[in-house]
Structure formats: structure tokens, C-alpha cells
Design a binder for this molecule. Structure first.
Ligand SMILES: [Fe+2]
Length: 321
């Protein structure tokens, strides 16, 4: 592979659309996010880590508009603006500010934003919920530790998942443009029948998550889910318990364990059927980690309702002038 245009630093946020911002704010609050800003036409939600927003909702028909990667420098924005079909460097005219370049993948028309210089507010302090996985836990006798009921506390965004009829081309475009590396490539039947892959950030020797982008072959192009890391395993289970007790939102799948990357997952649908994941990982990778070829995980069965729950690409909120 030739050198990528740039290597993105991280995933920044997802930009979805929904017809009722009050209803979305309520869902995301129960899901474990915190309001960062709200305008007449958009809602900005954050996690506890110092990031202005991880989730943006614009008022409109349900679907996904874009997702955003954080880049390391304005020079990286400049390099991306030279990619075919990319916008110039723009000031972001919304809460949090910053600059960006918008790019469209040429095969599906997915909009990807590369952002730099978005405000970084202070972290939100979090009361701990102690981990059960420690020798000390069972040494505590006669002092009940009563966990607070309530939502999980979302920490950061971890990844986005795309379904595409143009898998190979789409993967190549993301790798070439943003410097993503393949962690696990998976097949069905014949080993050459690749149906998807998990792709991670390239931060050299700095360890990263198993994937920041999962892309799989599907008839419909769209965003399948967006994923958010919570504080720890207790926080994930307390949040599951909370959403369950509310009995207001549809539970898609979980709590469960993904074997390929060693992650705990729990998937919930917002009131318009858009999938959001609570997630925790146990494995990290560097640029030197090899790519694995593996049989497709059962949960990636393309005929499942899970795989076919897809947000269509919508909106032209930010026209390319
Ligand atoms: Fe996920």
C-alpha cells in the first residue's frame, strides 16, 4: 500500500438526524451522555472525557449525516483538502468551533468530516463504581457497597460501523485517506470471500483500540451503529439495568462479549431505531500488530436483524460551496 494521505488521531463524533431533539436528548441522557449545547436545530452531547461533543443530532428525518475523525494538525487538514472531491478548510460554524474538511467516499457517498481545534472542555468528574475483578473486593466484609442506580456514564466515542455493497473499494478508500490499519479481516465460506473487517488507528507504538471502523458487506449502504465506551464493567451493567428498568427503549443485543477483539457490548435503539452501543475493551494494539484473517463472527451474519438495522445516509446540511 502506498502511504496514506494522513493518519487520523481518533474518532471525534457522529452526526445523526432525528425529528425531535427533546426526545433524542432524553434518550441520550438515559443512555449516559451529557448535554454540551443545544441550538434551535441541533443537539450536542458529550461524555466525561474532555471533548466538546461525541454525538450531534440535527433536526430532520432520521438517518446519519456523517461521522468525524480528529486530525493532528492543520497541515493534515490541508493534505485532506487536496483529496478528490474534498471541501476546502472550513471554520465550523457550531458550538465547539474548530476547523474541518469534509470528504465523501466515492463509492457510497458517505460524508466524513476531518476536524481540528474543536474546544476541549474540562473532564466531568465521575464517582467510581468499584470493579469486581480484584482480589480486594472479596476481602471487604460487612460493608455493603451499594451502587447508584442510573445511566452509565459515557466516557468517549470508540467506533462507527458501516454497511456497504462496495466493501473492498470502501476499505481501500478509508485506509488510503485516513491511514487506518486492518486488525481482523473476516470471511464466509471460502477464505477469499471477505465480508468485512475491523480497522484501527495508526498511532505508531501508541496502543489503540481493536477497531475505530468496522465495515462489512451489506446490500444497503449506511451506518449500522455508533459505539461509546463507558467507565468500567460495573458502569456498563448499571446502565443496562437502568435502561431495562425504564422499559422505554428497544434493546437490540447484549450484554455480551465479542471474541475477536475482547470487547463487552450492549446495543440499544433510539426511538427511531438508530443503534447505539455501550462498549468496553480489554485489548489494545499498535501499528506493529499483524492483520488476522478469520471466519466471520456469528453476530456478523448478514441476514440477521442486527446486521440489517441500518441508518440511511441523509441530509445535505453542509453544502459544498
Ligand atoms: Fe461496535
Amino acid at each position: 500500500m502506498t502511504n496514506p494521505t494522513i493518519k487520523v488521531a481518533d474518532i471525534a463524533f457522529a452526526r445523526l438526524q432525528a425529528p425531535d431533539l427533546d426526545v433524542m436528548e432524553e434518550f441520550l441522557t438515559e443512555f449516559g451522555m451529557f448535554k454540551s449545547a443545544r441550538t434551535d436545530t441541533a443537539l450536542y452531547m458529550r461524555g466525561t472525557d474532555p471533548s466538546h461533543h461525541l454525538h450531534v443530532t440535527h433536526k430532520g428525518a432520521p438517518g446519519f449525516i456523517s461521522f468525524a475523525y480528529k486530525v493532528r494538525s492543520e497541515d493534515d487538514l490541508k493534505a485532506l483538502s487536496a483529496v478528490a472531491g474534498a471541501s476546502g478548510i472550513e471554520n465550523i460554524d457550531e458550538p465547539g468551533g474548530g476547523k474541518r474538511v469534509r470528504l465523501r467516499d466515492p463509492f457510497n457517498g458517505f460524508l466524513v468530516e476531518a476536524v481540528h481545534g474543536v474546544q476541549t472542555p474540562e473532564a466531568i468528574p465521575v464517582r467510581d463504581r468499584p470493579l469486581n475483578w480484584s482480589a480486594e473486593v472479596l476481602s471487604t466484609v460487612g460493608e455493603p457497597r451499594r451502587l447508584q442506580f442510573g445511566p452509565s456514564r459515557v466516557k468517549r466515542m470508540s467506533h462507527a460501523v458501516l454497511s456497504t455493497p462496495h466493501l473492498k473499494e470502501t476499505l481501500t478508500w478509508f485506509a488510503q485517506t485516513f491511514g487506518l490499519l486492518s486488525t481482523d479481516v473476516f470471511y464466509v465460506g471460502d477464505r477469499s470471500n471477505i465480508v468485512g473487517s475491523f480497522n484501527r488507528l495508526d498511532r505508531g507504538t501508541d496502543p489503540v483500540d481493536h477497531h475505530v471502523l468496522n465495515c462489512y458487506h451489506g446490500k444497503t449502504a449506511g451506518l449500522q451503529h455508533v459505539s461509546y465506551e463507558v467507565q468500567d464493567i460495573d458502569d456498563l451493567f448499571v446502565g443496562f439495568n437502568h435502561l431495562n428498568r425504564l422499559d422505554k427503549y428497544e434493546h437490540m443485543r447484549g450484554v455480551g462479549y465479542h471474541v475477536p477483539g475482547g470487547q463487552v457490548f450492549d446495543y440499544w435503539l433510539d426511538p427511531w431505531g438508530q443503534m447505539h452501543e455501550h462498549w468496553l475493551t480489554t485489548r489494545r494494539f499498535t501499528a506493529a500488530s499483524p492483520t488476522n484473517l478469520m471466519l466471520a463472527p456469528k453476530e456478523h451474519d448478514p441476514s440477521s436483524r442486527f446486521a440489517q438495522t441500518i441508518m440511511p445516509h441523509v441530509g445535505d446540511h453542509h453544502h459544498h460551496h
